[in-house]
Design a protein around this ligand. Structure first.
Ligand code: UGA
Length: 439
């Protein structure tokens, strides 16, 4: 089957490569010509496990290529996935849908016959009719264009696996959608045949599915982090508490890791966007618990800043702080709304000299925060530090022997905000070790 993917960021590039892996002929389209060149050379412009292998395999097999031309995309196929970004409008929590509406408007003039436009971008509920209206207005094929809503639930660092083996497929249609449903079932045939639950619903439910899922995941993380606050006051251990809760199959073990809270390009933005849209719909009280989930998340970052000040006698000016981790989570180079960098920035603003290390995200961090210092080797990064903060739980860090480090610091003090360092071992090695939510 032939298809295009409009917008080749984290979501679109992965979707394009995975659809090629499923046997389809795929044209990816992105208006950033540099990105198109990189993708056509078989590489992703960002780090995502397994993605480079798939891109190299299918740009070589001829099943996958990329273009910057909307006209070429419109001519190429009758099925077009749209996966452009929907960031926050600057200075507000509302979604900025400019890229999505632009993509529909620029693709439309080439749509001269029946076509399915399947939107994957995350949006506020009520967006699908607006996309359909743009297509009706600008596409010569008018009412022969069918809009489908196909939200994406992939996690960065597991993006390929989540796309090829999703927990569920969601297909949202307006009405009388039999052709669009047939086309999409054909596109996802291998995934559906492998037993993936496939839910066919209306536009609004499909749009809400993504925001509601991310809001739930954010709330689950904030629940366990709220318990961490109670643990800190009561002397209990949140890691063991989360373990006990997670064994109840109604609660489940996933998304229950306490720590510095959630960041990234999705959960914080989608939580805020979902609340904003609910307020617009006069359903504000229904999402008050989500406001609290966001507040708990902010308090985790502040807690680390407060602990750092406590450990360093209150005044941070002239103090040297080393931070392990810049990415918003391990196994990615993505630093969007990174909790680690938010803490780094706050400590810098309070007068500390902050040195950061990260296995993949240093280049991105350096561009965004030129005022901070960067060192590649996590061991050398600790030299002359007054305090070490563990803020992104790369597995490499939990394997470092604390005995090798203690003498490199001015005084061996560590705060583990992610709960993956063996603090007993660090204490035996002479460190004063504290961990969020644990005695
Ligand atoms: C998230 C969702 O998990 C995906 O289902 C969704 O498709 C995606 O957003 C999206 O909207 O595109 P992602 O942001 O890649 O995926 O990362 P997660 O693995 O969910 O982690 C998000 C944040 O929560 C990270 O900062 C992570 O460190 C934190 N987290 C996660 C915890 O603090 N505790 C946990 O138990 C899990």
């Amino acid at each position: 089957m032939k298809m295009t993917v409009i917008g080749c960021g984290y979501l679109g590039a992965t979707h394009a490569a995975c659809m090629a892996e499923l046997g389809h002929e795929v044209l990816g389209m992105d208006s950033d010509i540099d990105k198109v060149h990189t993708l056509n050379s078989g590489k992703a412009p960002f780090f995502e496990r397994d993605l480079d292998d798939l891109l190299a395999k299918h740009t070589a097999s001829g099943r996958l290529r990329f273009t910057a031309s909307y006209g070429e995309a419109a001519d190429f196929a009758d099925l077009h996935f749209i996966g452009v970004g929907t960031p926050n409008q600057p200075g507000t929590d509302a979604y900025d849908l400019t890229h999505l509406f632009d993509a529909a408007r620029r693709l439309a003039p080439g749509l001269t016959g029946p076509a399915v436009i399947a939107v994957k971008s995350t949006v506020p509920v009520g967006t699908a009719p607006q996309v359909a209206e743009i297509l009706r207005e600008y596409a010569p094929a008018k009412d022969l264009i069918e809009v489908a809503w196909n939200p994406e639930f992939l996690r960065e660092s597991f993006a390929v696996d989540d796309t090829l083996r999703p927990d569920r497929l969601v297909l949202g249609f307006k009405r009388d959608h039999s052709w669009a449903e047939t086309v999409l079932r054909q596109a996802f045939a291998k995934i559906i045949e492998s037993g993936t639950p496939t839910i066919v619903t209306d536009w609004a439910t499909a749009e809400l599915a993504k925001g509601a899922a991310n809001s739930f995941l954010a709330t689950k993380i904030s629940f366990v982090n709220a318990m961490a606050e109670v643990c800190e006051k009561s002397g209990a251990n949140v890691a063991e508490l989360a373990d006990i809760l997670g064994h109840d199959h109604r609660i489940g073990r996933h998304g229950m890791r306490p720590g510095l809270g959630f960041g990234g390009g999705c959960l914080p933005k989608d939580l805020a966007g979902f609340i904003t849209r609910a307020d617009e719909l006069e359903a504000g009280p229904a999402v008050d618990m989500l406001r609290e989930a966001a507040a708990v998340n902010g308090r985790r970052r502040q807690r680390v800043v407060d602990l750092a000040r406590e450990e360093l006698g209150g005044d941070l000016s002239g103090k040297r702080i080393t931070i392990w981790g810049a990415a918003f989570k391990p196994d990615t180079d993505d630093i969007r709304d990174s909790p680690a960098l938010a803490v780094a920035q706050a400590l810098h603003d309070l007068g500390a000299t902050v040195t950061i290390t990260d296995p993949k995200a240093l280049d991105n961090a350096r561009k965004l925060h030129p005022e901070l210092d960067y060192v590649e080797d996590p061991i050398a990064a600790v030299d002359d530090a007054d305090l070490l903060l563990h803020l992104t739980e790369w597995h490499q860090y939990s394997n470092i022997d604390p005995k090798r480090l203690a003498n490199r610091t001015t005084s061996p003090k560590v705060i583990d905000a992610r709960g993956t360092l063996n603090t007993d071992q660090w204490r035996e090695a002479g460190w004063l070790a504290r961990a969020l939510g644990r005695p």
